[in-house]
Design a protein around this ligand. Structure first.
Ligand code: NAP
Length: 492
């Protein structure tokens, strides 16, 4: 980077992109641009508008440390409240004018001669930048399973992350495929209005209670008026969240305790023995994401709702046929089948030094130093990159740590008058080996989940506590990187 004026390009205006932009601008990086595919900011909170959409991580933890709110309406914020928060924060820090909306980036190529990134959008627009921050997230590409007969279904269908609000579900026979964190939020919302709801479950879930009532006025008053209470609450919430991670890291001790807590709760909600049998998970607690809802299991017990545990065999023009031969006729199928998580950044084509594609570098599964930098992709950073997801914490905590690291790294490049930086391959490889080794003995390896790729590598999650991630990213270490001098064409 030649000086203060060189541009940093961020892809994505969700929490990650906004976190990076705020941090960089606060530290004198004046030329920051964000390219966003959607016509609005918000990322996941723009795209997910399904009934009941909320964050099951409490609002005091699922928000920026430097922009705490004392007026969240309830413990776990609903999607519209989170989106309003994001807009307000973006507005306050002057981020909105930096965003180019409806610009879907299709290609990023590193120009070795210039030491700069050239970014191309689907509409043909091109931008150049001295550094690239890819903040497209892990959960942005909806996944609809390629089931036999998929195209033959003649009814209506949509994915939970692209909810069709123009389709009136009232009085319809509806199928929901999938029972993950999204489905368990919208199933209780739509169950009372549809005529029949058939829920197709491939794997059952471990659940913990979450009622999430609106805070009574006196609780709100307390949070707003008692000095330090907000900070205490946030600290306590982080303690609880780290406890959930402990249950995954130590499945035979802490994990058993939380499994017991979950079992007691689930038993109290599943009175019907047959429904209990079907809705009971057959894998260790914490292997898949633990879900929080006090409304999902009771919804399954409604007279117009049926939980199907038989595998789906095919789709027909009128519905879904299961392996037992039964045909479940429906008017609409809602895919609650999650996201394509094991190839983050795709379908953006990223070409690094020497013409090497990111897809090639990640042929054995995605990996990056601290989830942030990939050898051979100079001055490129990933927000919420490989192995930085959390099963039991707040991703915003991780994003803030990542934004700080990116800012420190680029500050070092700027201060040294360097052109680019590139993580040392041996540093990244050692980090990756150590990360993978740490999954041994944890609950994450005890079943299949969206955290793992087809080889069984855990590619999405951080193998430890949130605080450890912050510690490890808190001080940028120049010795982990090779720096290219500004005036030469050499890569290091
Ligand atoms: P998900 O957790 O990946 O759930 C997808 C569901 O679809 C699973 O039950 C899966 O079963 C099922 N499925 C996939 N392919 C199938 C097939 N071919 N046949 C039958 N069932 C199939 O997706 P999600 O619910 O959208 O959530 C994704 C992630 O987003 C969450 O884990 C969480 O990190 C985040 N999220 C967070 C919140 C929050 O409140 N913080 C809310 C929503 C989402 P298997 O389990 O057997 O694969």
């Amino acid at each position: 980077m030649n000086g203060r004026g060189d541009e940093i390009l961020i892809i994505g205006a969700g929490f990650g992109g906004i976190a990076a932009a705020i941090e960089l601008r606060r530290h004198g990086f004046d030329r920051v641009r964000i390219m966003e595919a959607a016509p609005q900011l918000g990322g996941t909170w723009h795209y997910n508008t399904y009934p009941g959409v909320a964050c099951d991580v409490p609002g005091h933890a699922y928000s920026f440390s430097f922009e705490q709110r004392r007026d969240w309406s309830r413990l776990c914020s609903h999607g519209d409240e989170i989106l309003a928060y994001m807009r307000a924060v973006a507005d306050r820090y002057g981020i909105e004018p930096l965003i180019e909306y409806s610009r879907r980036v299709s290609r990023c190529e590193f120009d070795e001669r210039l030491g700069r990134w050239r970014v191309t959008a689907a509409d043909g627009a091109t931008r150049e930048a001295a550094a690239l921050v890819i903040a497209t997230g892990q959960l942005n590409r909806p996944r609809i399973p390629e089931l036999p007969g998929l195209g033959s279904f003649a009814g209506h269908s949509f994915h939970s992350a692209r909810w069709d609000h123009g389709y009136d579900l009232r009085g319809r026979r509806v199928a929901v495929v999938g029972t993950g964190a999204s489905a368990i939020q919208f199933v209780p919302e739509i169950a009372p209005i549809v005529s029949r709801l058939t829920v197709f479950q491939r794997s059952a879930n471990w659940l913990l209670p979450r009622r999430n009532h609106v805070y009574p006025p006196r609780v709100r008053r307390l949070i707003q008026t008692v000095p330090g209470l907000q900070r205490l609450r946030r600290a306590a919430l982080f303690g609880v969240l780290e406890g959930l991670t402990a249950s995954i890291l130590h499945p035979r001790t802490v994990g058993r305790l939380l499994a017991l807590r979950s079992s007691i709760f689930m038993r109290s909600q599943l009175r019907d023995p047959e429904l209990r049998r079907r809705a009971w998970p057959d894998y260790p607690f914490g292997c898949k994401r633990v879900l929080f809802s006090s409304h999902y299991l009771p919804a399954l017990g409604r007279p117009n709702v049926e939980l199907i545990g038989e595998p789906i065999e095919e789709l027909t023009p009128t519905g879904i046929r299961t392996a037992d031969g039964a045909l479940h006729e429906v008017d609409c199928i809602i895919w609650g089948t999650g996201f394509q998580t094991t190839a983050p950044v795709a379908p953006i084509e990223v070409v690094g030094a020497g013409g090497r594609r990111l897809a090639e570098a990640w042929a054995g599964g995605p990996h990056a130093f601290l989830g942030l930098t990939v050898p051979g992709f100079p001055s490129m950073f990933l927000m919420y990159g490989p192995n930085t997801n959390t099963s039991g914490g707040s991703i915003i905590f991780f994003l803030e740590a990542q934004a700080r690291y990116v800012r420190q790294a680029l500050g070092h490049v700027r201060a040294g008058g360097w052109r680019t930086l590139d993580v040392r391959p041996e540093v990244e490889a050692a980090f990756d080996a150590q990360t993978q080794a740490r999954f041994r003995g944890t609950a994450w390896l005890e079943c299949d989940s969206w955290y793992r790729d087809e080889r069984g590598r855990v590619v999405t999650n951080w193998p430890g506590y949130m605080h450890e991630y912050r510690r490890r990213t808190s001080a940028f270490r120049p010795s982990d990187y090779v720096f290219a001098p500004a005036a030469t064409r050499a890569a290091g």
